[in-house]
Design a protein around this ligand. Sequence first.
Ligand code: BES
Ligand code: ZN
Length: 626
Amino acid sequence: MKTSSILPLFIFILILTACKSDRLTEQINQEVAMKDPHSYGNPDEVIIRHLDWVAAVNFETKIISATANLTVENLSGGNKIVLDIRDLAIEKVTLGEKKEITSFQVGQADSTFGAPLTITIKPETKLVSITYQTQPQAAALQWLTPEQTLGKKSPFLFTQSQAILARTWIPLQDGPQVRFTYSAEVTVPTGMLALMSASNPQEKSGNGVYHFKMEQPIPSYLMALAVGDIEFKSVGKRTGIYAEPAQLDAASWEFADTEKMVEAAEQLYGPYRWDRYDILVLPPSFPFGGMENPRLTFATPTVIAGDKSLVALIAHELAHSWSGNLVTNAIWDDFWLNEGFTVYFEGRIMEHVYGRDFAEMEQRLGFEDLKGTIAELGDTSRDSHLKLDLKGRDPDEGVSDIAYEKGANFLRVCEKAAGREKWDAFVKGYFEKYAFTSMTTEKFITYFEENFIAGDTVLANKIRAKEWIYGPGIPDNVIEYKSARLQAVDTEISNWNSGAKAEELLTKNWATPEWLYFLRGIPHTETIKRMTELDETFGFSKSQNSEIVSEWLEHSIQVGYKPAFPALEKFLTSVGRRKFLRPLYQQLIRTKEGREFAWTIYTKARPGYHSVSVKTIDEMIGWTKN
Ligand code: BES
Ligand code: ZN
């Protein structure tokens, strides 16, 4: 062939390749904007699209035996897929429907990030099946004995995957930029109910086998499973409560406003995209207040106060159905996009359902927390930027008031600067446009500048977004909430400080936020006599409200009020919610005597805490394995 005849063909091939790689780059850019520093996965080359999980849960051995059938798309035509695993025993890996055995390799393991599982595939591979077992110490899983439950008869299992613990129970590309749909078949002992972050059963099955489907694509940190003696009660047309039988009525009463909250959220920022919204009330060792597992929020029982006063937590987890579950932080450095938006949205839902003055009190308390956190970090700390830098660190270190409260305060500045109407339209449009995708801080800023600021320099100067996002501390354009109800509490605090008796204080209509504000406002130098007076008048030590008790206990440790210590011991040995444990142990270890008390209690309580709380408290008090 002469050169002149090959040339057109050559050019043609060149154009074809260029087109293909252009399309490819575009697709990759859309899905995986950057390398995730907390995942070994290679979703830029081969990406998981669907998981079909077949699993059996064994309470005797504390092991889940499973096969993860991954439908993958080989974007690069390469010959390997890399997954994240931590403490998984991999038995075998096969390719395709014919289950042909393939080779795999487990890399060097890190105690936080686990190890890469590299599997040999072919350019045309569409199905990769991994058969494996979890280990009893899997960090995401908490296996509870019957004694650790309310009913005392059945054991209980629940998972907590966020941020990077999904890899301790399922081999996946465990980073929030990878979304997949899933189906599951889970076998549990008969007489127990299994639930997932998916379509769920409302009754126990006769044979202990359950089927699940999650048809919307979700990131791995939203994978969730719970197994126990659990029953269901409906509280609205698409809302209901799952709980142990002994707590089902109380929980259903407490969360009776759930349907109203979903309606309020929809009115604000568009349709709820996940079909049902149910809540599962877990045993008290659950390490968080709540976890936004899609279709099924996991919640601590410590929000059941008997008066609906702690339901902001439900508003929060529900709000994640938009901020987080629909539009997802791309990597954990962008965590504020999940939590800041959610705290903001939570406040709006609370305002809608319970009124502005109630919501403002909660916002004010959050702002006080933020100031406290910044004081601890120091006002130039890199960790006080909204956009975090968690490379090489456990993303759990990013869970602080910065993402939550500084994030929400930034958004309130935007709202105020432009007015609600313009702001709400923008936020709604943002959720709609980026539904089921992940978002980096930079992409958000571009969208924000184009669609919200839109060249209005006056507006931009009012907000100063970059100072909030890439700068430390709290910028001086923050909005300080003046709550009339909390101002009334200030008056009572000063009455108390000038010697008024506890019974003379005007506390008649106080709700939880007022009590919390009061307890935070009274001096840390209180005498035992005055503490006794407060306790006898208001019954703090025996309060059923976990927020009030924990605040009171913290104060009691600070002033050395010993009569509260039996209640303190009971609290620390029965509740595993990290938000409460952290400040209590922190206060205790400040004195030698307190330190000894802390160690005695922790020795007893530690086996009952979830690994997430154990890790935090171990580090704090200097616990070592021997
Ligand atoms: N998604 C978080 C919990 C979380 C964050 C778990 C990061 C692991 C890593 C959840 O939505 C949350 O924020 N829970 C709060 C609720 C509160 C802010 C109302 C909690 O648990 O205290
Ligand atoms: Zn949250």
